[in-house]
Design a protein around this ligand. Structure first.
Ligand code: TGC
Length: 401
């Protein structure tokens, strides 16, 4: 039998080593013990269980695929498998791991100074310190080059940051924020630089966004930066972080995790409906005995297998040579696996009938969460246009080309 359960029609189990599968099963055991029994209640009451961050630290999934500085140093495939197990629990809790590890920690790991790495990474890997990543703004979502947050350097060397960020996971709980701002160095997106901002710096404030219909068990926030004064060495100094390619390299890591994560949500929705249709009788027979049910189950299972194969392919390429992972490759995985996962979660809800609208069953919760996952880290359109630019050589993001 496959570690992925009945959905594994194509020998997916054989693609992974015993060690990789064991790590995934360790994460699943954590999800079964610490997330599944509580998630409906957290989701209903919009509670983010803050103590889970330390649990994730002990589990070794924070900055899981980063090396050195107290980070676990696991492979991309192991990181991907961990994401799909976490997201089988809840996308909102998987996103915490992405924000901390793929965004905040990876920004410091890729672009930070030795001092910044030594100060933050070990504490963040253990969950002792929490990080967030401020790129998106109220008026700059798909187009981060339009950001208006500024960083001005004073003659003495200090930086002064001003502006606002929105949709920032973990910001109200964070000890440190990686904030991207226009320095005006080159004009357009090339003047964007990153700053490591301790959140107790005067002028930094964050407020959680309320009334969400998605990701209710996690926290996304608005950040305000009012004359936030930082020392000269708060900037991420690496050449790799000059311009928007700095944050975009971090988004690649988060998007990679999402390619895997959403297949976990899809698998969980599929399992829920497979069990339900076996038990639920209508017109004198289990729903599973009807051809229309089986046709839907078959299409869902085939789509999930395709999604895992795509995630696995990109994961193996990344482990063989991280440089070989192109933006178009990441976009192909993020685009397709998100839209497949949300279709499966919605179909599963429909197959549960009226019972599918409560939190007793996972599919509608997954579908609602996936509304966010499909939109953040690049909408369908951003990924289609990234692939379109690769295929044609013509950028079509704006009407100006
Ligand atoms: P463009 O001219 O394409 O690129 C600017 C520079 O960046 C380089 N680059 C990349 N580098 C690495 N990986 C990628 N995927 C890259 N894409 C582009 C590019 O080579 C160039 O480098 P250089 O050396 O020439 O300066 O930039 P553009 O402004 O035309 O952007 C195009 C577009 C639409 C693809 C990009 O803006 C985009 O991906 N938009 C979507 C933004 C997005 O995903 N936002 C989500 C942010 S996550 C967040 O803030 C909070 S959500 C998580 C949470 O906290 O809960």
């Amino acid at each position: 039998s496959s570690f992925l359960g009945p959905v594994d029609l194509t020998g997916l189990d054989g693609l992974f080593s015993a060690e990789e599968k064991q790590r995934a099963l360790d994460v699943r055991a954590f999800v079964d013990e610490h997330i599944r029994p509580h998630i409906a209640d957290w989701y209903e009451r919009a509670i983010f269980p803050q103590e889970i961050i330390a649990g994730f630290g002990r589990l070794g999934v924070l900055g899981m695929h980063l090396d050195g500085y107290g980070c676990p140093g696991r492979s991309a495939v192991e990181y991907g498998l961990a994401n799909q197990e976490l997201e089988a629990g809840d996308s909102g809790l998987r996103t915490i791991v992405s924000v901390q590890g793929s965004l905040a920690m990876s920004a410091i790991h890729k672009h930070g100074s030795e001092d910044q790495k030594n100060e933050w990474l070990q504490k963040m890997a253990s969950g002792e310190a929490v990080g967030c990543f401020g790129l998106t703004e109220p008026a700059a979502g798909s187009d981060p080059a339009a950001m208006t947050t500024t960083a001005r350097q004073e003659p003495g060397g200090d930086w002064v940051l001003g502006g606002a960020k929105r949709w920032i996971g973990l910001a109200t709980l964070a000890d440190v924020a990686v904030i991207w701002a226009q320095t005006g160095e080159h004009g357009d997106g090339r003047g964007v630089r990153g700053f490591v901002v301790p959140t107790d710096t005067p002028g930094f404030s964050a407020e959680a966004i309320s009334q969400k219909l998605s990701m209710r068990a996690s926290v996304q926030c608005e950040i305000r930066l009012e004359d936030v004064r930082l020392p000269a060495d708060a900037i991420l100094p690496a050449d790799s972080a000059v311009g928007l390619k700095g944050p975009f390299q971090c988004l690649n890591e988060a998007r990679f995790g999402i390619i895997w994560g959403v297949m976990g949500a899809a698998r969980d929705a599929f399992n829920a409906v497979l069990d339900y249709t076996a038990d639920r009788e209508q017109f004198g027979a289990p729903l599973a005995s009807y051809q229309l049910t089986q046709a839907k189950l078959a299409d869902m299972a085939v789509a999930i297998n395709r999604g895992y194969l795509l995630a696995h392919q990109i994961g193996r390429v990344k482990d063989a040579d991280a440089e070989a992972v192109t933006p178009a490759m990441i976009s192909a995985g993020k685009l397709d696996n998100c839209r497949v996962a949300i279709e499966i979660a919605r179909e599963a809800r429909e197959m549960l009938g009226g019972n599918g609208i409560t939190l007793e069953h996972s599919p509608l919760r997954h579908a609602n969460n996936l509304e966010s996952v499909r939109t953040y880290e690049g909408t369908d359109e951003v990924h289609q246009l990234t692939i379109g630019r690769t295929l044609t050589g013509i950028g079509a993001f704006t009407s100006r080309g």
